[in-house]
Design a binder for this molecule. Structure first.
Ligand code: FE2
Length: 436
């Protein structure tokens, strides 16, 4: 029975059909694909198809989305040395040592290698910051090329990111504007790294004005510190409201909010909600970077996710770093990100766990403004078949991506991971999936 209709009417055949899957809302559905778009979604689609993916009993989700990443730095771990202290500031210093050694070819090669990882993990939309504090803008050029090359399969969005400070670095302003002129999509910033709070405030205002003038979105590294007096998110919300940027602005990290005075936060969150400023916490990186100056008790540093959700603030979890000067692990697995975010935020109710899945899929897609994202008829035919029965099980297992489809093409397949165990007279094939 056809449930969601079709684009072309009833007499159709499909290029690809994904049969017997379970959608994130728990409904069983076949998904019929023609070309690069979803043509039909229904409980039983009987039309012929050139290719069939058997997803019986498996979760079929729209692709994973990473709303915060650094593709110019990824897979550079150990170059030229590792981060000995594990702090954000040593990471920035280390990146400063690596930057003069970068070549166009090396940045592009690492970025494309990461795209391979991403595709294998069903991660098909990535917002990456790209450092504009380099007069050569070599990484900007390299990532713009990567964006063009992967465009049929991966939505890669670039953020012009003045890593060393929009005012603190003497040529950051000029280079950030050059990067935007070259085609970078989003305006970034790092107000907490400017020399003074006042410079941070000025940078937020100027960068938001640049975005408003150009009709662009804004995504700033904002208050990534344990200092409770780092309050640039307040200015970011104010400028969003003043310049009419509602719904187009995100604050990344926002870790100082973890340590802020509760009364102040009770005023701040409604301001963020009113301005429709989204939040992008990055649980893997911030659980290791924050609290480094604490003895015990040691702060977790993650921003206040459940509280933001209560105010209707959109939250998307980001990965931030994989094998780079700031983070020595990572696998392009957004389920790792959701798993860590869920734990640190103590979001353990069934509804909250489910929301954590949304934060690495639909919510992050909304933050990136991906209009053709989703499993409805007419949307881009990108999806992932997971070795799990539902979104919560996917997080628990960090479930295997059995099949990944990008714009109507099967781009990755893997076998189910089953262990054969034998001990004490017991023998079993173990998948760790659970049916209550
Ligand atoms: Fe970042």
């Amino acid at each position: 029975m056809l449930r969601c209709g079709s684009i072309d009417g009833v007499s159709m055949s499909f290029d690809l059909i994904v049969k017997g899957g379970i959608l994130p809302d728990g409904k069983r559905a076949d998904i019929g694909i023609r070309g690069d778009h979803i043509a039909a979604v229904g409980e039983h689609l009987d039309a012929p198809a050139k290719e069939t993916v058997d997803a019986t009993g498996c979760l079929v989700s729209p692709p994973f989305v990473d709303p915060h990443f650094h593709m110019d730095a990824t897979l550079s771990y150990g170059k030229p040395r590792i981060n000995a202290s594990g702090t954000l500031l040593e990471g920035i210093a280390l990146w400063g040592e690596l930057k003069p050694l970068l070549t166009h070819e090396a940045v592009k090669e690492r970025a494309l290698a990461y795209c391979d990882w991403a595709v294998s993990m069903g991660l098909l939309a990535i917002r990456t910051h790209v450092d504009t504090c380099d007069d050569r803008l070599l990484a900007v050029e390299a990532l713009l090329e990567v964006k063009r090359e992967v465009a049929p399969f991966i939505d890669l969005q670039l953020v012009a990111f003045p890593q060393d400070g929009f005012h603190r670095d003497p040529t950051a302003r000029e280079n950030t504007i050059r990067a935007l002129d070259m085609g970078v999509d989003v305006v970034g910033g790092i107000p907490h790294f400017e020399r003074t709070m006042a410079d941070g405030t000025r940078s937020v205002t100027e960068l938001c004005e640049i975005a408003a003038k150009r009709g662009l979105m804004v995504d700033m590294h904002c208050d990534e510190t344990d200092d409770p007096l780092s309050r640039h998110i307040e200015q970011l919300s104010y400028e969003t409201q003043r310049l009419g940027l509602q719904g187009r602005v995100a604050g990344s990290h926002l870790t100082s909010m973890h340590s802020m005075d509760n009364y102040y936060v009770s005023k701040l969150l409604p301001l963020m909600a009113e301005a429709q400023v989204s939040a992008i916490p990055n649980p893997l990186i911030n659980i290791v970077l924050q609290g480094r100056h604490d003895t015990y008790p040691k702060r977790r540093g993650q921003t206040r996710v459940p509280e933001m959700l209560k105010y209707g603030i959109r939250v998307g979890f980001g990965q931030d770093c994989v094998l780079d000067p700031w983070y020595s692990l990572g696998t392009a697995d957004m389920l790792d990100v959701a798993f860590m975010g869920l734990h640190v935020a103590q979001m353990t109710s069934p509804a909250d766990m489910r929301r954590c899945f949304d934060m690495v899929t639909t919510q992050s897609a909304a933050i990136m403004g991906l209009e053709d994202y989703g499993l409805e008829v007419g949307k881009k035919a990108s999806l992932v078949v997971l070795d799990a029965g539902d979104p919560v099980e996917a997080i628990r297992l960090r479930a295997g991506r059995l099949t990944v489809v990008a714009a109507g093409i099967v781009v990755s397949r893997r076998d189910r991971a089953h262990a054969k165990v034998a001990f004490g007279g017991r023998e079993a094939t173990v998948s760790r999936r659970f049916v209550p």
